[in-house]
Ligand binder design. Structure first.
Ligand code: ZN
Length: 164
């Protein structure tokens, strides 16, 4: 661990491990208290979901849709939730294209830990970036200009979501 930014990330990892060891869902805990990801930048907060900028993104605009109700993965969503979740992901992808100039947005729903809580990751691809699944595992970096990125995504998502 040689980079300063990796220390707070490791602290987040340790908090998650400690909660998981107690049988506590860290996402539910964070949605209740904000204590797991205290530096998280929220782009949009809805009764059903929250749209956050990844703190250690794989690329600019790496965004996470966290479903508020505890569902261990997308296959547990009820019929109305399924429709709403896809509407959210579509609006978020369009917002990332509109706000940040992404050419394409990849969608990932993994939820593969010990205690899973449904979230969708969106990976923008920009003009000139190589295509393909390696974008899913690009190295993480500290977010640059996260407040400005969040403001741009918030404005674009808000316009799309209210109009949806
Ligand atoms: Zn949960």
């Amino acid at each position: 661990m040689d980079e300063a930014w990796q220390r707070p990330r490791a602290q987040v990892g340790a908090r998650i491990e400690a909660l998981t060891a107690q049988g506590i869902c860290y996402s539910c805990r964070n949605l209740e208290t904000g204590e797991v990801f205290p530096d998280q930048i929220v782009a949009w907060d809805d009764p059903a979901f929250v749209l956050v900028l990844e703190e250690y993104p794989r690329m600019r605009g790496h965004t996470v849709v966290v479903w508020k109700a505890h569902r261990s993965d997308f296959s547990e969503l009820g019929p109305e939730e399924q429709a709403q979740a896809m509407r959210v992901c579509c609006a978020a992808a369009r917002a990332l294209r509109r706000a940040l100039g992404a050419e394409k947005v990849y969608l990932n729903a993994m939820c593969d830990g010990e205690i899973n809580h449904l979230h969708f990751q969106l990976f923008p691809r920009y003009p000139g970036d190589p295509i393909g699944s390696r974008r899913f595992v690009l190295p993480r970096q500290p977010a640059e200009d996260a407040p400005a990125t969040a403001a741009a995504v918030r404005a674009a998502f808000g316009a799309l979501w209210r109009g949806a």
